[in-house]
Design a protein. Sequence first.
Length: 241
Amino acid sequence: MTPNPYNPAKNDNNTPLLTVIIPCYNESRTLPRLLEKVISVNLSKEIIFVDDGSTDNSMEIANSFKQKAELITIGNENNSGKGAAVRKGIEKARGNYIIIQDADLEYDPEDYKPIIREFEGGADVVYGSRILKKGNPRGGFFFWLGGITISAITSILYGARITDEPTCYKAFRREVIKDIPFKGTSFDWEPEVTAKILKAGYKIREVPISYNPRSVKEGKKINWKDGIKAVWTLIKYRFVS
């Protein structure tokens, strides 16, 4: 296999430093640029793309990038939800660290680097916080308010200081996330895994990250119903395992 010009050498045991899991549903418009940006990040990494039953050509686009990077593609016949897609990616992950990357262009993959530095400093779980980065656009008011509310509820219920629980950039040491079983198949996997990580005694470190929000008209999929489900999920897992 031709060496990937974008990646430095792997670790001595041939294990990628980072696994980037990209769950995707009908993101053909943004996917090519997103994959280019992920590939260009100068870190030893593997990319696991999970197509969650897309009806567009997202899978074909992902497969066309296999010559440029260490890229694994997985296809779901039906749309099962983001959580189900993430779980499939975790099952295949080999990296020391695992991060979730949405297939849109709201987040900047260059922010993997400060997240990795936190791991090198001893962190077990690192979240990228859009709130902590000065100058980030807020996005729609109700999306912003929902994120602030969910983060506050998380902090109160679990005795943590979380500024951005709904962030896409959730990153974990591989052994941590593989030992935290989660059941959520949709966006509810995110508050569930946060709850279970905090209940297990892990501390979540946050680092500032960039954010370029898109609107519902541009393809944003999460909505107010997901916010209500997130609050219920946080409350439920505070009291049940």
